[in-house]
Write a protein that binds this ligand. Structure first.
Ligand SMILES: [Zn+2]
Length: 121
């Protein structure tokens, strides 16, 4: 850094200093593969500060893992709204002809949801 300063301040060899700068640019361009990557990385990091993508993936993985376990059980059925598996005891069969889990049942409430394909009770 101190080297660059002395060449820049000496007006006599301006061509020398410019070639030095261009050489610096070439070297910088050679490492541009790393420079934007750092920028993107910091951008992703700041973005993930607001929304933890990795945590979402982990929670989704757990969710599907659990869903597969429940689906393998004999007395399980799918919620007609969120399509996750629940044991029949947790499901509520609506008169429209499909099951809802307790979460979806609460979300739907008294609304009537017509279904194209009805689930078997
Ligand atoms: Zn549901």
């Amino acid at each position: 850094m101190s080297n660059f300063h002395t060449t820049g301040s000496s007006n006599g060899s301006s061509s020398n200093s410019s070639s030095f700068v261009s050489r610096r640019d070439i070297r910088a361009n050679n490492t541009t593969g790393a420079l934007p990557a750092i920028n993107v990385g910091s951008a992703v990091r700041s973005y993930s500060g607001q929304f933890d993508f990795e945590a979402m993936l982990v929670s989704l993985h757990d969710l599907f893992e659990h869903d597969r376990q429940v689906a393998s059980q004999a007395d399980s059925a799918r919620c007609g709204i969120c399509y996750l598996h629940f044991s029949l005891g947790e499901l509520h069969y609506r008169e429209e002809g499909f099951y809802t889990c307790s979460d979806c049942e609460r979300a739907i409430g008294k609304h009537s949801i017509p279904m194209l394909r009805q689930q078997q009770k």
